[in-house]
Ligand binder design. Structure first.
Ligand code: CDP
Length: 131
């Protein structure tokens, strides 16, 4: 059995990276993540990412590229991350999150990221487009 995939987005706008603080479940609440969720049957990673960011944040995004690698999330799940561009809308914490933050250059270490997100976040900050 292959692992199930959770996709997450390193969403960029105006030279900053979007971070989202989880409100649930209790063991993850208060930690920051790249927003995303589980791939549904028949979806590509890019399709799942666009859907999850629409559901969770109310925005339209365009996936740019996959950050190489995947990271274990505990039994049966792996995390894959894409960079993405904000196309329209203003992100709002509609589900799963209680706060959002835009991080500029050098601000990637200012928040308490979920451990499993850290390698992808470091890569995403390195790829931050110019504002
Ligand atoms: O929204 P959905 O139920 O599809 O998924 P989720 O609850 O947002 O994420 C599924 C699992 O992946 C949870 O255990 C999250 O903590 C984990 N996850 C993560 O570790 N890092 C992310 N950037 C996104 C999700």
């Amino acid at each position: 059995m292959s692992d199930r995939v959770v996709v997450a987005g390193a969403v960029y706008d105006q030279g900053r990276l979007l971070a989202a603080r989880r409100s649930a479940p209790p063991e993850l609440a208060g930690r920051w993540e790249l927003p995303g969720g589980k791939l549904e049957p028949g979806e590509s990673g890019e399709q799942a990412l666009v859907r999850e960011l629409r559901e969770e944040l109310g925005v339209e995004t365009e996936p740019l590229e996959r950050i190489p690698g995947e990271w274990p999330l505990g039994p049966g799940y792996v995390l894959q991350v894409w960079t993405a561009r904000l196309v329209s809308g203003v992100p709002a914490p509609l589900q799963d999150h209680d706060e959002l933050r835009w991080l500029g250059p050098g601000e990637g270490d200012e928040i308490d990221w979920l451990d499993q997100d850290r390698p992808a976040v470091a890569e995403a900050m390195r790829r931050l487009p110019a504002g």
